[in-house]
Design a protein around this ligand. Structure first.
Ligand SMILES: [Mg+2]
Ligand SMILES: [Zn+2]
Length: 209
């Protein structure tokens, strides 16, 4: 079967959300309130990230060290190898930061196409959102739109994720693997979903399908 996988990055590929790690380590008071507004969809990802990044009291070098200390799911590279062997396409769709993804991919020797917000530093961090969607207005990287653009006719679309930014694309995939917030959301909304803890579970499940 032809298949394409779209997977979230933070908290899905990585064991820890690198954006959360950044704010926990370096942001001054007030970021949780801003993040809660984003979770309630009162502000967009772009506004949320730029307001929170203004609270970061560190430079790129300190952020690099922190992000490089984050580890990935022990089976993610096996998952990529399986997909390569079967000819299944894989894309990473992230509402996090390209800076962090690049560092982690380099650390682990991963080469997968990804779409994410651009994080830049000019005395302070800021993000730009080249993959936003005016019709959406919520996401920095609109995963639903990218998924619709990247899928090809006849492919089974599989979505893998864990958080709020995954709820929209998950509703438009043929098959969803989820943990955390996304899993609870899918159950509440009646979206068919398979739980996973590690990419090992996904490897075993797709080999059985
Ligand atoms: Mg996530
Ligand atoms: Zn969107």
């Amino acid at each position: 079967m032809k298949r394409v996988f779209f997977t979230d990055f933070d908290g899905t590929i990585t064991n820890k959300d690198t954006c959360v790690a950044m704010v926990e380590a370096f942001a001054s008071e007030g970021w949780r309130e801003i993040n809660e507004m984003w979770e309630r969809k009162e502000i967009s990802t772009e506004e949320c990230a730029n307001r929170i990044l203004r609270l970061i009291k560190a430079g790129p070098e300190e952020v690099r060290k922190l992000v490089e200390s984050v580890e990935i799911d022990a089976s993610f590279k096996d998952f990529l190898a399986l997909c390569r062997e079967r000819g299944w396409r894989v894309y990473v769709l992230s509402d996090g930061y390209d800076f962090n993804i690049e560092l982690i991919f380099k650390k682990y020797g991963i080469d997968v196409p990804y779409y994410a917000n651009r994080m830049v530093y000019d005395g302070g961090f800021q993000i730009k959102c080249p993959y936003s969607n005016p019709d959406c207005g919520n996401c920095g990287t609109c995963k639903k739109r990218l998924m619709e653009e990247l899928r090809k006719p006849g492919e089974q679309v599989v979505y893998i994720g864990d958080g709020y930014s995954d709820t929209c694309p998950a509703a438009h995939a043929d098959l969803v693997f989820a943990k955390g917030t996304l899993y609870r959301y899918c159950r509440e909304k009646g979206i068919p979903v398979m739980p996973f803890d590690s990419f090992r579970d996904i490897i075993e499940a797709v080999e059985r399908l």
